[in-house]
Design a protein around this ligand. Structure first.
Ligand code: ASP
Length: 380
């Protein structure tokens, strides 16, 4: 009997993915970010810090409410991201950084962990809430990534709210562009531009980040569905149609019900090179498999040498520590190639967290267990 049990269960274990896990406890979980970079206490006025914390709180509450009442993770992350896109303190939507030519070119992406369907747009200039465009690309087109004038055209045809590009203008971001250009022109004159690392040219003489404030959200809903999204203006002074990681599925955004949801922020080139978001999800999927196999080895065998109990994927989950380890390992690798930034994550069983190698990261998370965290500095 035992042998029969083992014989039919063993193949089941092999094919039963984590996505099959019934969310019996009706858990939900959401994490959001508003960018990672050089955030020092001395560079942030108390008023600005309070405004940023309040906005993170508002965005978190918006997403949490939707999840609490049984809504979809896709709706929760969209709502949370829109709150941050509308706020001039963040580098997404209003408040986006400027390109070298003094324009705001917005990048965004979204992904559904159930179907692994995705949508993204790069270099758009007229959509008030770019995350809605990413979603429209996912839901209403055959494509995954649209760019430039074509993406703007699609946005218009979709009936999304269009704004005069002047809407995105903020004085502080414009000033930041002027400082950036002056520093770059000086580097060019000294013939040092090519040698300067991307990371270094993203901070000014006072150590203030030029590109700071990309936004993103990841969530798992009561049905166990994961969604992830990211929205940004990119990096200050970007040229030649530069596209960062934020609209690249697998680099800046990824969602897979079997493993995790990720949204990234940082110097995008490094995130693209490591496919950071997808890499973390892959690692979690493989770690899950390895840990189940290890757990099975600890089960006693009967007289005939068969396991007395089969560890089933449905009753197994990675520990919080194991999940964090995998995220941290990828961010460490990012650091090894010279990259800076961070990610937020959620897992199918509602674990959530952050991993970053910068001084700070605007971040927040909450879940059905009553967890609520809002933080800025690395030591919080
Ligand atoms: N990742 C974004 C980019 O490279 C910028 C950021 O996250 O601050 O475009």
């Amino acid at each position: 009997m035992k042998r029969f049990f083992a014989a039919i269960m063993a193949p089941l274990i092999a094919v039963q993915p984590l996505s099959a896990l019934d969310n019996e406890e009706q858990i939900w979980s959401i994490a959001i970010h508003g960018g990672a970079g050089v955030i020092k206490r001395e560079n942030l006025s108390p008023e600005r810090e309070a405004a940023i914390r309040a906005k993170l709180d508002e965005a978190l509450a918006k997403g949490s409410e939707i999840l609490k009442s049984g809504g979809a993770s896709m709706d929760a992350i969209t709502a949370a991201i829109m709150v941050l896109e509308d706020d001039p303190n963040f580098n997404a939507g209003k408040g986006a950084v400027f390109t070298w030519d003094g324009k705001n070119e917005l990048d965004t992406s979204i992904m559904d962990g159930k179907t692994r369907n995705a949508g993204a747009a790069a270099g758009v200039q007229y959509t008030k809430n770019p995350i809605l465009l990413a979603r429209a690309v996912m839901d209403n087109s055959r494509h995954v990534l649209l760019s430039g004038a074509g993406a703007d055209q699609f946005s218009l045809e979709q009936g999304l709210e269009q704004v005069d590009p002047q809407y995105f203008y903020t004085q502080s971001r414009f000033d930041s562009l002027q400082r950036y250009k002056a520093a770059q022109i000086k580097r060019d004159a000294a013939n040092a531009a090519a040698k300067a690392s991307l990371k270094d040219i993203q901070t000014d003489a006072l150590g203030r980040a030029y590109r700071f404030g990309t936004v993103g959200a990841v969530a798992v809903d009561k049905d166990g569905n994961i969604a992830a999204g990211t929205s940004t203006g990119g990096t200050t002074g970007k040229r030649w149609g530069r596209i960062g990681d934020s609209p690249i599925i697998g680099a800046g955004t990824y969602a897979d019900n079997r493993s995790c949801g990720i949204s990234a922020t940082g110097t995008g080139e490094y995130f693209i090179r490591l496919a950071v978001a997808q890499e973390i999800c892959s690692r979690l999927r493989h770690r899950f498999r390895r840990e189940i196999d290890k757990a099975q080895l600890t089960v006693p065998k009967d007289a005939e040498g068969n396991y007395t109990y089969i560890v089933h994927a449905r009753e197994f989950e990675l520990s919080d520590k194991q999940v964090q380890e995998e995220a941290d390992a990828v961010i460490a690798e990012l650091g090894d190639i010279g990259g800076d930034g961070g990610i937020i994550y959620v897992t199918p069983v509602g674990q959530s967290g952050f991993s970053f190698n910068t001084e700070g990261m605007y971040r927040a998370r909450s879940d059905s267990n009553g967890t609520k965290v809002i933080a800025i500095y690395g030591d919080e």
